[in-house]
Design a protein around this ligand. Sequence first.
Ligand code: C5P
Length: 249
Amino acid sequence: MQKVEAAKMTELKGKDRLIVALDVPTMFDALKLVDELNEEVGMFKVGLELFTHCGTKLLDELKKLEAPVFFDGKFHDIPNTVAAASREIGGRGVQMFNVHAQGGSEMIKAAQKAAHEAADTAKVQRPILLAVTVLTSISQEILTNDLGISDKVDEVVARYASLAKASGADGVVASAKEVPIIREKVGKDFIIVTPGIRPTWASEDDQKRIVTPKDAVAMGTDYVVVGRPITRASDKRDAARRIAEELNG
Ligand code: C5P
């Protein structure tokens, strides 16, 4: 898949919108899934579980297979440290990676600059930089009582999305329900990646606020992250094809 500019998002095919979460513990399991699904989906998400087990060797293996990667490392640290980590990732040809918007403008800018420089030096594509706004595991109660933020979750999400855009991020990771308020705040030319997706035929698992692939696209999301409905299906390719079909809108 080619890197797509935010303005061209509406032209994406269903398959390109589909990111499969490689939520498996080992490199062997991950590469097996990629081998099975590489033709059917647009990208593969590497999260902290898999990455802490495999390290950057996995990213290099996926590059050899020409499997586009969303590196879901959710960096959040001082700008200098996030820049160093972003440099490591940016030079490896991943399609997307992310940081926490809560790290602030200076940190987001440092991540983008370092990732772009590393990509240019390595002569690979510059990765799309996403910001995580408020994790969907953070309830209003946690936000208010634990984190001392008295504003509504939606308002904080919208504010962080604006901050991310103003700081040079290309988009955000957010729940489908938050897409309207984000679009209202930052407009169309900004990528939204949405997890918590369940087709009507799949189990909800532990996800609480689920949306179907079709509804997610209708609500204005650009990419969806899907794990278990595909990775635990008896016919994984067929599950991926059916979801991609729905994402065609
Ligand atoms: O299996 P399932 O489709 O629920 O997997 C969703 C993926 O998206 C998992 O990797 C999960 O960690 C991730 N995710 C999520 N909700 C968020 C952020 C990330 O489900 N708010």
